[in-house]
Design a protein around this ligand. Structure first.
Ligand code: 13P
Length: 249
């Protein structure tokens, strides 16, 4: 059976003291589901969070990284740097990275290659804009994003790829995709994977939903057969809400 995952993307939130407080709250909570749980603090708090959660079942992951191994890339972070503090998973392709930092399918494809070459696991994000959905192009847009960044990979690489469908119109807006919209898209993505790599890869690949996933809607979203968990923004900043989602399976 494929893995169920709930990952909290803290984005550019929480200074050190706030991070410590959230970590303390998280450690008090009990997990009743079998999902893998991850949190992605901002870079300055990654090492602290890693040390703090070392003996817990929560994995600390990164929000981004550069494709180069090292060099003159002011402000950037490499895979090797992340690995040197124990980080083994990185989020790539978030729509905010695409929109505000001009990340393209081409740069993302390089980042994916670098992460995999460093034995890291990738949570690869993609999703359509509102105008794509309104014009009925959402499946074409999503398929193109996945193809351009991932379909050069060998089938075996998918052991280290988690997909995260995040419709841009649902991120931070309070407007979530309906469970049926999420299921339809996840089934479509799985069918594209099956076309390219066969059923074994398609069936084994975890596909997360992200976009205004909250304690109140997680259960219904996660009950859909192709929704294997969530990538959580706002609700992951409150420990009780995040764990309500973790335990929604
Ligand atoms: P929200 O849960 O705040 O909508 O954010 C989703 C997201 O972007 C997770 O990466």
């Amino acid at each position: 059976m494929r893995k169920q995952i709930v990952a909290g993307n803290w984005k550019m939130n929480n200074d050190l003291a706030q991070t410590e407080a959230l970590l303390t709250d998280l450690k008090k909570l009990e997990q009743t589901s079998g999902a893998e749980v991850m949190v992605a603090p901002t870079f300055t708090n990654l090492y602290h969070a890693f040390e703090s959660l070392k003996n817990s079942s929560i994995e600390v992951i990164a929000q981004n990284m550069h494709f180069a191994d090292k060099g003159a890339y002011t402000g950037e972070i490499s895979a090797g740097m992340l690995k040197s503090i124990g980080i083994k998973t990185v989020i790539l392709g978030h729509s905010e990275r695409r929109e505000y930092f001009n990340e393209t399918d081409e740069t993302l494809s390089k980042k994916v290659d670098t992460a995999l070459a460093n034995d890291m696991r990738v949570i690869f994000c993609f999703g359509e804009q509102l105008h794509d959905r309104k014009s009925g192009n959402h499946e074409t847009v999503v398929e193109q994003q996945i193809k351009n960044a991932l379909f050069h990979l060998e089938a075996s690489s998918f052991q280290n790829i988690v997909l995260a469908y995040e419709p841009v119109w649902a991120i931070g807006t309070g407007e979530t995709a309906s469970p049926e919209q999420a299921q339809d898209m996840h089934a479509f993505i799985r069918a594209s994977l099956a076309k390219q790599y066969g059923n074994d890869v398609a069936d084994a690949t975890t596909i997360l939903y992200g976009g205004s996933c909250k304690p109140g809607n997680a259960k219904e979203l996660f009950s859909k057969p192709d929704v294997d968990g969530g990538l959580i923004g706002g609700a992951s900043l409150v420990a009780e809400d995040f764990f309500a989602i973790v335990n929604a399976f």
